[in-house]
Design a protein around this ligand. Structure first.
Ligand code: A2P
Length: 334
């Protein structure tokens, strides 16, 4: 008989939780009993998911089946409390929050990079969206030439901040169109016709998102001294993060070699075209499960370094798809 796995999605009504359900369905994950957890505000509501009618419920130990899968995307506080309960009950908890990412006992996994760290039970952390797409692109280059340093600027979509931020952005655009001054409450300022430095900042000046990219890259690549310098920016794009990456390696690496490595790597859609408007774009890459790489150039002042452009769907590969791929490896179902 075909394998069937009980699945609970914690945060099932959220932006990422909804995409997790879509991705489970699209990738034909063998879902047995499906349970959906949300906050007390939503509990009792009946929703349609994976062709079933399911009643939303609050978290409790009973929602986690021994041998089952628990996908978490309900914020760090919920994950802090409930991932250990899921693991104790014998389920695999794949957590999209930041709660467990830097815990030395918890694997932090991008399947294209370090699938060997995947365990069949316990807690596995899903990295930050910006880190995931950058590392998918860097992995084949690192394997060939030894990564030494990364400088990255991100162009991050609004969906990463949740559905309420998207709604606020649309109101801001409408206000601009009427010639009125846009308001903001969810976003840290007006994003319409603008760029914002979002995220909490430390006194040092570093944004939380930038520190995550540094720490998580080092942990996943197992390069604790890797030099990583990110600048994270929120852009007025609804969905799909873009990144301008500069990476230096231990030996010279030519453009043709880089294109061959990137073109053969799993999870990458290489766009070798050059010309105005021909680079990978969030508008066309939103909705895809892989990561697009283009604009690959050798640094004219440093033959050890490459510059390139990476685009990924932050809700999919940056969150839901990566989590489901981890589960597929863990349960050996793909
Ligand atoms: P709810 O819709 O009932 O608020 P987003 O990241 O898009 O804001 O979504 C957060 C998700 O986490 C939602 O599904 C939300 O449910 C859920 N959530 C929030 N607080 C809790 C909680 N204490 N327990 C379980 N789920 C929660």
């Amino acid at each position: 008989m075909a394998k069937s796995i009980d699945v609970v999605v914690v945060g099932a009504t959220g932006a990422v939780g909804q995409v997790m359900l879509k991705v489970l369905e699209e990738r034909r994950f063998p879902v047995g009993r499906l349970r959906l957890v949300a906050s007390a505000r939503s509990a009792g509501r009946v929703v349609e998911a994976l062709g079933q009618r399911v009643t939303l419920e609050v978290a409790s130990p009973e929602v986690f089946s021994p041998g089952g899968l628990a996908l978490f995307s309900a914020g760090a506080g919920t994950s802090q409390t409930w991932c250990p309960v899921a693991a104790e009950r014998g389920a695999l908890a794949v957590d999209n929050s930041s709660a467990w990412r830097m815990d030395p006992s918890v694997p932090l996994v991008v399947p294209e990079v370090n699938s060997a760290r995947i365990t069949p039970r316990g807690i596995i952390a899903n990295p930050n969206c910006s880190t995931i797409q950058m590392l998918v692109a860097l992995k084949p280059l690192h394997d060939a030439a030894g990564l030494e340093q990364v400088v990255v600027s991100t162009y991050q979509a609004i969906s990463g901040k949740g559905a309420r931020a998207l709604e606020e952005f649309e109101l801001q655009r409408a206000a601009d169109a009427r010639g009125e001054t846009p308001n903001h409450a969810v976003l840290p300022g007006v994003l319409s016709q603008n760029l914002l430095t979002d995220w909490k900042h430390e006194d040092s000046g570093w944004a939380e998102e930038e520190l995550k990219m540094i720490q998580e890259s080092r942990k996943i690549l197992e390069l604790p001294a890797l030099r990583v310098t990110p600048t994270c920016v929120r852009v007025p794009v609804p969905n799909g993060h873009s990144e301008a990456v500069w990476a230096r390696f231990s030996r010279p690496i030519g453009r043709d070699e880089a294109l061959a490595l990137l073109g053969a790597a799993p999870g990458i859609s290489l766009d070798p075209r050059v010309g105005p408007g021909l680079h990978p774009q969030p508008r066309s890459f939103s909705g895809r499960d892989d990561v697009a790489v283009g604009r690959v150039r050798v640094d004219p002042s440093d033959p050890h370094a490459l510059a390139f452009w990476v685009v990924g769907d932050n809700l999919r590969k940056g969150a839901a798809t990566n989590a489901v791929q981890i589960a597929e490896h863990a349960f050996g179902v793909r």
